[in-house]
Design a protein around this ligand. Structure first.
Ligand SMILES: NC(=O)c1ccc[n+]([C@@H]2O[C@H](COP(=O)([O-])OP(=O)(O)OC[C@H]3O[C@@H](n4cnc5c(N)ncnc54)[C@H](O)[C@@H]3O)[C@@H](O)[C@H]2O)c1
Length: 269
């Protein structure tokens, strides 16, 4: 029997990268999946986001494990769309036990070169988007009265500053404040709230950031490698998904308000 048998996970940014890895691993462990993604490009960041075919691929992989998958196309910044996505999930599955706030964007520019439009977009997607998911999912979890688990993907950039990433760092530090406050509020209801802090992960964000910084991807990866204490260039999406799985499985039922670094020792340096 899987670790998440009978559970439903609502995952944002599920079309590719880490979001897909969360969806597939949780499905392997028995969860049904509500997979949400924007499936179109935005004016910012300066790289392409996932497309509908990516979300369909996630859904296909979830179903391969014999689990149900609900495909949800929504922008996490859009309050009405997020409310509707949560409603549809409840109408389909009847409950939500796990929330993974993961949809995010990144970019690189010196702090004074960041435009107001870029600043607002970064904070809206990476922070307001997480809050909106919480705003609509949490009342459902409370009404169910059966506890729950919330995991928010922050970053090493949510633990320290990074040159050329002030708006990204501000959003990821903000996620920690959101998660920690929520952990206090939800503890009496047996709902845990934790943040993940990965070092660089091998996803499209890395090529996207290199593109934005006008760098060769190999040069950016080399720069990243020097920051990791363990000898690894980029960690895999599964490394992050396994950490999230532990947090949402019964094995971590008394773990809340924690910041879990999956950082190849980056914070040691
Ligand atoms: N890749 C890394 O090095 C790294 C490191 C630390 C933290 N993170 C964080 O991990 C999370 C996942 O990123 P990833 O590495 O899988 O990158 P990714 O670009 O492959 O995945 C991000 C997903 O979010 C979706 N998305 C973006 N904006 C959206 C919006 N407004 N509404 C709905 N969906 C939207 C994209 O379409 C995409 O599918 C992000 O929050 C990111 O900041 C990434």
């Amino acid at each position: 029997m899987g670790k998440l048998e009978g559970k439903v996970a609502f995952i944002t940014g599920a079309a590719r990268g880490q979001g897909r890895a969360h969806a597939v691993l949780m499905a392997r462990e028995g969860a049904d999946i509500a997979a949400l993604d924007i499936c179109r490009d935005l004016p910012y960041p300066r790289y392409s986001l996932a497309m509908r075919s990516d979300l369909e691929e996630t859904v296909r992989q979830v179903r391969e494990y014999g689990r149900q998958a609900l495909e949800l196309v929504a922008d996490v910044r859009d309050s009405a769309a997020m409310a509707a996505a949560v409603e549809k999930t409840i109408a389909t599955f009847g409950h939500i036990d796990i929330l993974i706030c993961n949809a995010g964007i990144a970019d690189m520019a010196l702090t004074w070169d960041i435009t107001e439009e870029w600043w607002d977009m970064m904070l809206d997607v990476n922070l307001k988007g997480y809050w909106l998911a919480v705003k609509y999912v949490v009342p459902r979890m409370l009404a169910q009265g059966t506890g729950g688990s919330i995991v928010m993907t922050s970053s090493v950039a949510g633990l320290r500053g990074e040159p050329g990433m002030a708006h990204y760092c501000a959003s990821k530090w903000g996620v920690v404040g959101l998660a920690n406050s929520l952990a206090h509020e939800l503890a009496p209801h047996h709902i845990t709230v934790n943040t993940l802090h990965p070092t660089a992960v091998d996803t499209d964000i890395i090529t996207g950031m290199a593109q934005a910084a006008d760098m060769a991807t190999e040069d950016l990866v080399e720069f990243i490698r020097h920051g990791n204490a363990l000898p690894v260039k980029l960690i895999d999406v599964e490394d992050v998904a396994k950490a999230a799985l532990w947090l949402v499985s019964g094995e971590a039922r008394y773990v809340t308000g924690q910041k879990l670094n999956i950082d190849a020792g980056r914070m040691l340096k």
